[in-house]
Design a protein around this ligand. Structure first.
Ligand code: 13P
Length: 319
């Protein structure tokens, strides 16, 4: 069942976090829906502009609709991740998405406000929710090519930004970054900053963490043992921090890199161990199983495992 992103975030707020998984091919879409069912967890299916360029926006939509028909018991919302203004408008007009992220965080504060406000007006008129971003999550962002350096979200600016834009959720910078190399030295999220931001926002206002992959060290070690070339010091978010983040208002986290690592490991190991194989279905099937397992593990760490029936009932009751 496809549901509104905002409805999911409201049910989750303060109690658990919902994982948003970026998808770009059939194997990922199937694994996300199967993972939702296996973990009994709601999920957010996200597409970035790169994925839309790769697979085609219409193809991604058709795959998600087909997965929803195949697994009607799963609970999922459809989200455009890291849209620029044109991508957001296209997604709003498509009638398919439940929410869009307008990523104008690289612009000066006033310009970020004006662009976000323009998208909010169009999205709300069409019944979609808008995620905006304030502060800079380091690493490469999908909507603009420059690699960025971390700038933590300012709590006072966050309060002004939310009031002036009327956005529905806010991605905040509290130390995460996109990609496999997030932390150097002591690994940490700035939870103190998160608490300050939450305190200045309206009660129940959902926050979002980008760059939330965990980059498991055993995954990195297996990839390198199978001939991969990742920095063995690659590190991500400690999954134990998720339980500290949901009481502070984080209701959604984005996961992209961890799925790539599963893909990389599965294919490297498969072709190392079966050099005679040239049938893509073999590693493809293993990838789907392994990605589904990742979704189950993350859902447990995010506290949303086992919440499927409760979420569905609350969303029905609210409509
Ligand atoms: P990761 O690179 O940590 O998976 O972050 C993905 C993300 O934030 C997409 O918006």
């Amino acid at each position: 069942m496809l549901v509104s992103t905002l409805a999911l975030l409201k049910v989750a707020y303060g109690r658990f976090i919902i994982g948003a998984y970026n998808v770009q091919n059939m194997e990922q879409v199937l694994a996300v829906f199967r993972g939702s069912l296996a973990a009994r967890a709601p999920v957010i299916v996200a597409t970035v502009p790169f994925a839309r360029d790769y697979a085609g926006a219409r193809m991604l939509q058709a795959m998600v609709r087909a997965a929803d028909e195949m697994y009607p018991e799963a609970v999922a919302a459809m989200h455009l991740d890291h849209g620029d203004e044109a991508h957001c408008l296209d997604a709003i007009q498509s009638g398919f998405y439940h929410s869009v992220m307008i990523d104008a965080s690289h612009l000066p504060f006033e310009e970020n406000i004006s662009m976000t406000r323009r998208i909010v007006e169009r999205a709300h008129a069409a019944g979609l929710a808008v995620e905006a971003e304030l502060g800079v999550v380091a690493g490469q962002e999908a909507s603009h090519s420059a690699s960025t350096r971390l700038a933590l979200t300012d709590p006072d600016q966050a309060a002004e930004f939310v009031a002036r834009t009327d956005c529905d959720s806010l991605a905040v910078a509290i130390g995460t970054s996109h990609g496999a190399y997030k932390f150097q030295g002591e690994q940490r999220l700035h939870l103190d900053r998160l608490a300050e931001i939450q305190a200045r926002l309206p009660q129940g206002f959902p926050l979002v963490l980008h760059g939330a992959s965990s980059v498991p060290s055993d995954e990195v070690a297996r990839i390198n043992a199978a001939g991969g070339k990742l920095n063995p010091n690659a590190r991500g978010v400690d999954p134990a921090d998720f339980a500290r983040a949901w009481p502070l208002g984080v209701a959604k986290i984005n996961i992209h890199t961890d799925a790539h690592l599963v893909w990389y490991r599965v294919h490297r190991e498969h072709f190392r161990d079966h050099p005679e194989n040239f049938d893509f279905r073999h590693p493809g099937s293993i990838f789907m199983e392994e990605f589904e397992k990742l979704i189950i593990t993350r859902s447990e760490q995010l506290g949303c495992a086992g919440k499927l029936d409760e979420v569905r009932e609350k969303i029905y009751a609210a409509n």
